[in-house]
Design a protein around this ligand. Sequence first.
Ligand code: AHG
Ligand code: MN
Ligand code: MN
Length: 336
Amino acid sequence: MPADFNLTYLDSNMQRLRTFLDNHCDNPDLVAVIDGLMVACKDIAYKVQLGGLAGVLGSAEQINVQGESQKKLDVIANDLIKQALRIMPQVKGLASEEESDAVACNPEGEFLVLFDPLDGSSNIDVNVTVGTIFSVLQSEPGADPTYEATYLQCGREQVAAGYVLYGPSTILVLTVGKGVYTFTLDPRVGEFYLQREKVRVPATTKEFAINMSNQRFWLPEMKNYVNDLLLGEQGPLGKRYNMRWIASMVAEIHRILTRGGIFMYPYDSREPQKPGKLRLMYEGNPMSMLIEQAGGKASTAYENIQEVEPTSIHQRVSVVMGSAEEVDNVIRYHKK
Ligand code: AHG
Ligand code: MN
Ligand code: MN
């Protein structure tokens, strides 16, 4: 057998996701939820890889509740995750970027799952990394899964959070509140294997990610901070910075969990009544939990994202997250 088809690692100590979860997670019902969610994510990964051959590229020619036009893969990913969660007795209800209202699953279930079925969907048709982001909350017994209020818990209440990155490899990044772990999918056997344990975000960085085309719409505080970044070693921050923008939050956060950095999608005045572009419950909160569990920071620039009290499932939030010292710099500029 050629070396690249060598499966001997399957006999080694590499841990399958299910084994890891059974050893690492106290609540077997939560293990079942994560396991069930991954069934859908593996299917999404398969469809993403087939791309045009599976007829999944292009627009669905529909508008979602956010007023954004949906891609075919936004709809497919949403349907796959919804199908997987609805049949699980442990899941009480779900909320998704692509669903206008919360969806009741099993009234006896203990968990609520909130998700962005496909993040970075403007990248699908150009074959650039996309992902699924999820947040798991525990529900009060008797709470009604059809009521939006049932889902409105702040990020600190999350019992698990993660994302699945559909890139050159398919990678699950997960926390159940005891550090961050990454798992790589072996598509030949359909199993995720543990790759990195207790991931840490370096405290300092020289790399930032922000959509510079929105500069003129930012608050003066954010303009000042980014101007100073651009001044490099001659500016008050005293460092030469590099910039990245993938337009896929999952890919940006994955880079930051790998080598540090800061990711920002701050408030801007294009739609002044909205606090930001990204959604609190299924983008801001789960990514904040991962970043904080890895030793980084996540802020709106004024308060900790996971402490923002939600008022609706599709609520927006200003996002600044990544290496702790750099997030502190942004917060300092906003206090000036
Ligand atoms: P989604 O595809 O789920 O709507 O989210 C896209 C988000 C996020 O992933 C990314 O950081 C940002 O939108 C990109 O926005 P711009 O196109 O404004 O750069
Ligand atoms: Mn998204
Ligand atoms: Mn999305």
